[in-house]
Design a protein around this ligand. Structure first.
Ligand code: NAD
Length: 351
C-alpha cells in the first residue's frame, strides 16, 4: 500500500464535514486529528469520524503525527491559523478565500514559503471536466481572439444563514458578501481561463438582508489584460437560487457553462472532438455550486484537492492550485470592492 499523508483539520464547522467526508477511504491521505476553539464541537466531530480531538491549538501544532492541515475556520482567521501551522512545518490546504485582504493572503504565502511547506488554495470547481475542457480549448486558441468573459451567480442565502454564525456577513471575518464568499469560485474560473483583469467598475448594495455589513448584490464591468471585457453579476437574494453561469466568447467560438454542465459549445471550426466533449460535459458530474444551500456541493472536488496536495507532498512538487492562485481571486475581488467604495474605476497594479 502507498503512503498516506496524515491530515488534521482546524475549525470543525460546516465545511470541515466536507473535508472529513472527502478524506474517507482516500488512497493517499487520511484524517488523524482535529481542533476547534470550541472544544465540545471538536470532540463531537472527532467522535463522528473516529479521530483524535486536540484540546489546545498548541497541542495540535506540536502533534508530530499531523503532516498537513486543512484550514476551515472563518475566513478572517485563516492567516492567524495558517502562519503558526506553517511555522510548525505542516503543509496547508486553506479554504477559500485565502483571507479577507491581500496583505493577509500575502502573509500566509510568505509564512509557507519561509517554512518550506506547501500551500494549496481551495477552489474545487477548477477540477470539473467542463472547466478543464474550456481551459484546454482556450489554451489551444480555439476561441480565436477573446472578446467577452462574463459570469452570473444568482444565488440565495436566507436570513437564517447569515444569522447562523456571528462572522457571516461581516467585513472583518467574511471579507465581503455575495462576491467574496459565494462567487469567488466563479471569479477564480474567470482568472484561470481568461487571465488577470486590468480595470473594473462596480456597484453593490444590501438589497434583501438585515444585520449584514457586506453586499448581497453586486454588478461589475471588467477589462482584462488580454483586451477582452466582461460583466460580473452576483447575488445572494435570488430565491430559490439558480445555477451559476460562465460564458467565454471569442471571434471563433463560444462556450457557456451552467453549474458544471457545458450548455453551449459552438465553434466556427467544430471538429470531431466536440461531440465527445459535449457528451462528456453536457450532463455534468453533479458538482453543484450550492446555489440555494451552501452545503449542497458534494465532496468530490475537495477530494481531488486533498489528493492533489497529498501527491504534491509525496512527490515534492507544487500543488495544482498553490496559494498564489488563491491570492489572485482576493486581489480581483478587493479591486471591485474598492471601485464600489470610491465610485471610481479601479485599475489593477501589476504584481
Ligand atoms: N469551498 C467551499 O465551497 C466552501 C463552502 C463553505 C464554506 N467555505 C469556507 O470555509 C470556511 C469556514 O466556513 P464554515 O461555513 O465551515 O464556517 P462555520 O462557522 O460553520 O465553522 C467555522 C468553525 O471554525 C471554528 N473556529 C473559529 N475560530 C477558530 C480558531 N481561531 N481556531 C479554531 N477553530 C476556530 C468555529 O468554532 C467553527 O466551528 C470559510 O472560509 C468559508 O468561506 C468554503
Amino acid at each position: 500500500m502507498g503512503r498516506k499523508v496524515k491530515f488534521g483539520i482546524v475549525g470543525t464547522g460546516e465545511i470541515a464535514k466536507m473535508h472529513a467526508e472527502a478524506l474517507k477511504g482516500m488512497s493517499n491521505a487520511v484524517l488523524v486529528a482535529v481542533y476547534d476553539k470550541v472544544e465540545e464541537r471538536a470532540q463531537s466531530f472527532a467522535a463522528s469520524y473516529g479521530v483524535r480531538a486536540l484540546s489546545s491549538f498548541d497541542d495540535f501544532l506540536n502533534d508530530p503525527d499531523i503532516e498537513a492541515v486543512t484550514i476551515a475556520t472563518p475566513t478572517g482567521i485563516h492567516a492567524e491559523v495558517a502562519i503558526p501551522v506553517a511555522q510548525a512545518g505542516k503543509h496547508i490546504l486553506c479554504e477559500k478565500p485565502l483571507d479577507v485582504t491581500l496583505e493577509k493572503a500575502d502573509s500566509i504565502i510568505h509564512a509557507c514559503s519561509q517554512n518550506k511547506v506547501f500551500l494549496a488554495s481551495v477552489f474545487q470547481s477548477r477540477f470539473a471536466r467542463s472547466v478543464q475542457a474550456i481551459k484546454n480549448a482556450y489554451d489551444a486558441g480555439r476561441f480565436g481572439k477573446i472578446v467577452l468573459a462574463s459570469t452570473q451567480v444568482k444565488w440565495y442565502r436566507s436570513q437564517e444563514y447569515y444569522d447562523s454564525a456571528g462572522w457571516r456577513g461581516t467585513w472583518a471575518l467574511d471579507g465581503g458578501g455575495a462576491l467574496m464568499n459565494q462567487s469567488i469560485h466563479t471569479i477564480d474560473l474567470l482568472l484561470y481561463i481568461n487571465g488577470d483583469p486590468s480595470e473594473t467598475f462596480g456597484y453593490c448594495g444590501i438589497l434583501s438582508h438585515e444585520n449584514i455589513e457586506v453586499e448581497d448584490n453586486l454588478c461589475a464591468v471588467v477589462k482584462y489584460q488580454n483586451g477582452s471585457m466582461g460583466t460580473i453579476e452576483v447575488s445572494t437574494s435570488c430565491a430559490p437560487g439558480f445555477p451559476r453561469r460562465l460564458e467565454i466568447s471569442g471571434t471563433n467560438g463560444t462556450a457557456v457553462m451552467q453549474d458544471d454542465q457545458i450548455i453551449c459549445w459552438n465553434f466556427v471550426d467544430n471538429n470531431d472532438s466536440d461531440a465527445s466533449i459535449l457528451a462528456e460535459c453536457g450532463a455534468g458530474e453533479g458538482l453543484h455550486g450550492g446555489s440555494g444551500d451552501p452545503m449542497a456541493i458534494g465532496h468530490a472536488g475537495h477530494r481531488q484537492q486533498l489528493s492533489d496536495l497529498a501527491e504534491a507532498i509525496i512527490n515534492n512538487r507544487e500543488p495544482f492550485l498553490p496559494g498564489t492562485e488563491g491570492r489572485r481571486a482576493v486581489k480581483f475581488i478587493c479591486g471591485i470592492y474598492e471601485s464600489c467604495r470610491t465610485g471610481q474605476p479601479y485599475k489593477f497594479e501589476e504584481d
